[in-house]
Design a protein around this ligand. Structure first.
Ligand code: SF4
Ligand code: SF4
Length: 189
């Protein structure tokens, strides 16, 4: 077999693998997509993402793992499910996106949009510490980690004045249950 053919075979196998993996993990019929683009037309974050919804699905079909895993779309998707409602094949791109996000984290890659994973992490760390979401603490963690110290400061002050943010955290009584949940999710500490 000539060198060119070998490369083509390897690319073909890699694309098959990505498509199979995503279909298996997401339980979505990604291979059925025929690029009608109805999902992209209704996506509320389409103007902010590097790939449209239909382009992401196409890249999964083609096995372009780099383009897919580096896309900021993975982190900006709102899980509003408009794409699923519009898709003639019932493909829920948000579930595909969730599987791809997990792959990014498992492979230790840098997310294509940095602040949203920082927000997720700060949210989960807050819940892990107290068993409930402590908004002020979560905002503090997020600002420290993202460097967005002054952003939304006025809004924060307004919310504090109106009692929408509590100064002190509420804690659940049985912290062991919370610990057990995180341990089950693979975050034992
Ligand atoms: S679920 Fe995500 S991809 Fe689908 S329409 Fe909503 S924001 Fe767009
Ligand atoms: S609506 Fe469905 S079939 Fe059409 S492009 Fe989007 S994912 Fe593909």
């Amino acid at each position: 077999m000539e060198g060119g053919n070998l490369v083509e075979t390897a690319v073909f196998q890699a694309s098959e693998n990505l498509l199979s993996l995503i279909e298996l993990e997401s339980q979505q019929p990604v291979s059925r997509c025929y690029q009608c683009k109805k999902c992209s037309a209704g996506c509320p974050v389409g103007s902010m993402t590097d790939l449209s919804t239909s382009a992401l699905i196409r890249m999964v079909q083609l096995g372009d793992i780099e383009m897919v895993l580096n896309s900021n779309r993975l982190w900006l998707c709102l899980s509003c499910k408009t794409c699923q409602a519009r898709c003639p094949n019932g493909i829920d791109a948000s579930v595909v996106t969730d599987v791809l996000k997990t792959l990014v984290m498992k492979q230790g890659r840098t997310p294509g949009e940095n602040r949203i994973p920082i927000f997720y992490r700060s949210f989960m760390d807050s819940v892990k510490m107290t068993g409930r979401l402590y908004e002020l603490g979560m905002i503090g963690l997020f600002k420290m980690r993202s460097g967005a110290y002054m952003e939304d400061m006025r809004l924060g002050i307004k919310m504090l004045r109106r009692g929408k943010l509590k100064f002190l955290p509420e804690r659940v009584k049985n912290k062991n249950q919370i610990k057990a949940i995180f341990q089950k999710g693979g975050e034992a500490k």
